[in-house]
Design a protein around this ligand. Sequence first.
Ligand SMILES: Nc1nc2c(ncn2[C@@H]2O[C@H](COP(=O)(O)OP(=O)(O)OP(=O)(O)O)[C@@H](O)[C@H]2O)c(=O)[nH]1
Ligand SMILES: [Zn+2]
Length: 182
Amino acid sequence: MCGAVKILLECIGEDPNREGLLGTPSRFSETLLFLASGYQCNVEQVVNDALFREEYRGMIIVKDIEIYTLCEHHLLPFTGKMSIGYVPSGTVIGLSKLPRIAEMFSRRLQIQERLTREVAHAVMKILNPQGVAVLMASSHLCMEMRGVRKTGASTVTSEFLGCFESSEIRNEFHARLQANKT
Ligand SMILES: Nc1nc2c(ncn2[C@@H]2O[C@H](COP(=O)(O)OP(=O)(O)OP(=O)(O)O)[C@@H](O)[C@H]2O)c(=O)[nH]1
Ligand SMILES: [Zn+2]
C-alpha cells in the first residue's frame, strides 16, 4: 500500500522523498488499515458468546455511543453518536458488545443509512430479541470541509425492527433517550 500512497502524494504535487513525508506512506497505510479493520471480523467474534439467559422484560438502551467512520464516497470521516435499544426475549447481551458491534461496522467504508441498518440487523440476528432500535446523528466532513460546506448540519437516521415498529414502543425509546436519566 505504501507505493500507492507515494503515488497519491505525487499526484497532489508533493515530493514523497522530502524529509517530512518519508514516514507518511507507512503511517497512512497503517491508519487506513486500522480504520478499515472492521472487514477482518464478524459479529459472532465480536460478541464472543456474551449472551445471558435473563427474564428482564424491559427496554435496554446503550445511548450516545461515539462513532467515527469513513464515508464511502469521499473517504472522509463522518462522526456522531449512536443509540442502540432492544427489548429482550429471555436473553440479554453483554452491554459492551453493543458498542463493539457498532464499532465493527463503523470500521468499514460506510454510508450512514447502511451503518444504522447493519447494526440493527446484526443485533436482531445474534440476540433474537422482541425488537431492536438504532438511532444515529452525525456530521459528515464531506459536507463541511468541501462540497456544499454546511458546517453544523446533522444527519439523523434510524432503524426500527420487531416490536419497535409499534409507535408506542418507539415513543418510549425516544422518551428515554431524551430523559436525563434512563
Ligand atoms: N445518503 C448518504 N449520502 C452520503 C453519505 N455520505 C456522503 N453522502 C453523499 O454522497 C453524495 C455523492 O454525490 P456526488 O454528486 O456523486 O459527489 P460530489 O460531487 O462529491 O457531491 P457533493 O458532496 O454534493 O459535492 C453527496 O451528496 C454526499 O453528501 C451518507 O452517509 N449517506
Ligand atoms: Zn462523503
